[in-house]
Write a protein that binds this ligand. Structure first.
Ligand SMILES: [Zn+2]
Length: 149
């Protein structure tokens, strides 16, 4: 049940329509060479759902990853507060800042992929009968402009 849930499929970079196949070419978010970790299939390997719905489709993910970054920083601040506490008498705020920056950089590939998965999932609905139904063809497609922004 959990396995085809919305959250599970987004966190695992699954296609939002069929929730079975991963939308990225690499399973590994840390294959950083040539930005391989961000390369996506043009269409879902299982159900044929296009992954780029219009020119510049993923432009808006900048806001999503910003929001995720803020959410992460707030959580890490609160966690640090509970675990170690903050004081103006010492450097604890700087320790947290360093910790937060380093861990943020470390999880950045995951956040960037998650942003795209979230973004696509807001535009493409889950279809339990994806094996029978054909995916909707995106309307605003300029073939020669794809991936060109
Ligand atoms: Zn699919």
């Amino acid at each position: 049940m959990i396995k085809d849930g919305y959250l599970w499929s987004v966190l695992n970079n699954k296609c939002p329509r069929c929730r079975t196949s991963i939308i990225f070419k690499s399973k590994n978010a840390y294959s950083l060479k040539n930005n391989h970790f961000m390369k996506m299939h043009d269409a879902c390997q299982m159900c044929g759902q296009k992954t780029e719905l219009e020119v510049g489709f993923y432009y808006g993910t900048g806001y999503v990853s910003y929001a995720l970054t803020v959410a992460y920083s707030v959580s890490s601040f609160v966690a640090w507060w509970i675990l170690f506490g903050f004081s103006i008498q010492d450097n604890s705020i700087f320790y947290w800042l360093a910790f937060n920056s380093i861990t943020l950089i470390a999880i950045m590939p995951l956040l960037m992929r998650l942003s795209r998965s979230l973004w696509l999932s807001w535009f493409v609905k889950y279809d339990p009968d994806w094996r029978q139904n054909k995916p909707k063809e995106p309307e605003r497609i300029v073939e020669e402009q794809m991936g060109n922004w």
